[in-house]
Design a protein around this ligand. Structure first.
Ligand code: SF4
Ligand code: SF4
Length: 180
């Protein structure tokens, strides 16, 4: 894709109606895995949001998801263009850049739910009285998927290389949203 084609796609993405927008999501569930930020970048973990059905990779509370979980971000135009967090094979990133070289498909049999992680923390053998206990409890950072450092390369490029262009598109998109 040329830069011009990518910019045309970014602009077009911002004009899609709700139905067209939803149809781009492939339901891969990747963006519902918890992320862990390290100095070296952002990593995905093998811990999923408690609302993700690990058998179907669908959100159990999709229609009311923003009321259910404080950290659930609605995937919209600014999130796709600015977060740098969407995986390379996400439908929205593919809409802009074309098909990804590799489809990111975690082995969901090896993914655990946040609920399970909470249980693991609660039953940790550590001494309850230790002031360092909080630091030794299992957390998402113990479940980082090392190769996930390469999962968002296109999203990061989109965020950084097209920053100014994206800002203009988002401003126009936001104005249109406010008119509705
Ligand atoms: S609540 Fe949000 S993050 Fe959790 S499964 Fe649903 S869509 Fe994904
Ligand atoms: S990563 Fe993209 S395609 Fe996959 S579930 Fe999230 S929004 Fe949909």
């Amino acid at each position: 894709m040329t830069e011009k084609q990518i910019q045309e796609r970014i602009e077009k993405l911002a004009t899609l109606n709700d139905e067209q927008w939803e149809s781009l999501c492939k339901g891969c569930g990747v963006c519902c895995l918890l992320k862990h930020t390290r100095r070296a970048g952002v990593y995905y973990t093998s811990v999923a949001c408690k609302n993700l059905n690990l058998d179907t990779q669908r959100c159990r509370v999709y229609n009311t998801r923003l009321n259910h979980r404080i950290y659930c971000n609605k995937v919209n135009v600014p999130v796709v263009l600015r977060s740098g967090l969407m995986p390379n094979s996400c439908g929205y990133i593919e809409y802009i850049y074309g098909p990804a070289e590799t489809q990111i498909k975690p082995d969901y049999k090896k993914i655990i739910s946040e609920t399970e992680l909470t249980k693991m923390s609660a039953t940790s053998d550590d001494n309850n009285d230790s002031p360092r206990r909080a630091n030794t409890l299992p957390g998402p950072w113990d479940f980082v998927i090392p190769e996930s450092s390469q999962w968002c390369t296109r999203s990061i490029e989109l965020r950084d290389k097209y920053e100014k262009f994206n800002n203009d598109v988002i401003t126009r998109w936001a104005k249109k949203q406010n008119q509705h």
